[in-house]
Design a protein around this ligand. Structure first.
Ligand code: SAH
Ligand code: SF4
Length: 394
């Protein structure tokens, strides 16, 4: 399988790679066509709440309720094709769809593995930016892993996305569009196992969701609101994964987002975390965990602690004990993830016996812990990475 073509091999989350495996950048202009201009995407109804959508329809000289009809098509029937919108006057369809349902993402490439149960899509946005999403079907649920930014500015040295830096924030509608596409594939029977629905969404693709706060929160609203406001996915099934931007975690808590929180810790001590997760220089382990426990207290849901096991870097027995001491008695569940090595990196995944030892040391102290097996490793490391991220959030 031409696996490495989709992204930088290994080093998930999904990498900002072009199909040629190069970092995301402005595509070469096609002869006769202007080069795409990097910038914010066009407005889409999924950027707007229902009242704003009605106002937008009225600005076009249409009845406000036309916006609800459009929303039912997009979120309920999962279509943005004006020809299918037979309840709208023929003359108004194209104009409404052009104004409120512009095509935001084009599937550049799709790869499947696990007998079609894992499907990864490389998307090209209107300005040429690349992002990735992954759909993972399990017997009891379907999880979509989505990107919140093209690239990421957090600079974690073990992460392929971090290496390339931030291209731009995605709009709320660009985030939602990844889920709508997955929902459409499922509803249409394109995923083996018969027609289905998305039950879970994890913000574990490219980007730091809390660095794109307002758009991510708007996207969560669209995902959770029932049709025609949005897709009607339970907030319990939505997980935002963060590197630990403390004020944003506090804001998410105070605004009652009610989504699940995952914190990418990767080290129990500030000395190592300063290196693995550079934003730790700003918000230390103790501050990040205090914000996480406060969040758990408000939502009544355990926080996932993500820990990528890196051979001889953060996988020592004493670090397992230190992590256990930090988490004892707290509403946490640890997800241990074997590192997906990034190309050229000296770091690699921990030895199996070290992983087992690390896990056992947490378990014996009563800390809920799982080692994620990876799905989709055939498609490439990033997919495996994402698949891993989806596993623990059922
Ligand atoms: N920026 C957010 C969410 C996207 S990253 C965050 O960092 O939490 C999703 C998860 O993949 C994070 O837990 C991140 O630490 C992890 N990850 C990134 N690169 C990885 C790699 N090479 N191997 C294993 N896990 C990785
Ligand atoms: Fe990668 Fe770190 Fe950005 Fe998460 S925060 S996507 S791990 S660079």
């Amino acid at each position: 399988m031409p696996t490495a073509a989709l992204s930088v091999p290994g080093g998930g989350p999904p990498s900002p790679a072009s199909p040629a495996g190069e970092p995301a950048r402005q595509p070469a202009p096609v002869r006769g066509q202007p080069a795409p201009v990097r910038g914010q995407p066009p407005r889409h109804l999924a950027d707007l709440d229902p009242a704003e959508r009605r106002a937008a329809a009225e600005e076009l000289g249409q009845h406000g309720f036309r916006a609800d009809q459009l929303s039912r098509h997009y979120f309920g029937r999962l279509t943005d094709d004006p020809a299918a919108m037979t309840d709208l006057p023929a003359g108004a369809r194209a104009e409404l769809a052009a104004a409120l349902l512009p095509r935001l993402l084009t599937a550049e490439r799709e790869l499947a593995c696990d007998q079609g149960m894992t499907r990864k899509t490389l998307w090209r946005a209107a300005d040429g930016a690349y992002v990735e999403s992954v759909l993972m079907r399990y017997p009891d649920r379907v999880t979509m892993c989505v990107s919140s930014q093209a690239g990421c500015g957090m600079g974690c040295p073990f992460c392929a996305t971090g290496q390339a830096g931030l291209t731009r924030n995605l709009s709320a509608a660009e985030i939602v569009a990844q889920v709508v596409a997955g929902a459409r594939a499922l509803a249409g029977g394109a995923v083996p196992g018969g027609p289905g629905r998305i039950s879970n969404v994890v913000f574990m693709g490219m980007g730091e969701p809390l660095a794109n706060y307002s758009r991510v929160v708007a996207a969560v609203r669209r995902l959770a609101d029932p049709v025609p406001g949005g897709l009607g996915i339970s907030r319990r099934g939505i997980t935002v994964s963060t590197v630990g931007l403390v004020p944003a975690i506090e804001r998410l808590a105070s605004e009652g987002a009610s989504v699940r929180l995952a914190v990418s810790l990767h080290a129990p001590d500030d000395e190592l975390r300063d290196e693995l997760v550079p934003v730790n220089r700003r918000w230390k382990v103790a501050e990040v965990l205090a914000a996480a426990w406060a969040y758990a207290g408000l939502t009544g849901r355990r926080v996932s602690i993500e820990y990528a096991l890196i051979r001889d870097i953060n996988d020592q027995a004493w670090r397992a004990d230190a992590l256990a001491a930090l988490l004892a008695g707290q509403p946490a569940h640890v997800n241990l993830i074997p590192l997906n090595p990034t190309p050229g990196s000296r770091w690699t995944a921990s030895r199996p016996r070290d992983m087992r030892e690390f896990e056992a040391r947490l378990a014996v102290r009563g800390i809920p812990v799982s080692v994620r097996d990876t799905r989709g490793t055939q498609i490439d490391g990033a997919c495996g990475q994402l698949a891993a991220s989806g596993r623990a959030h059922g």
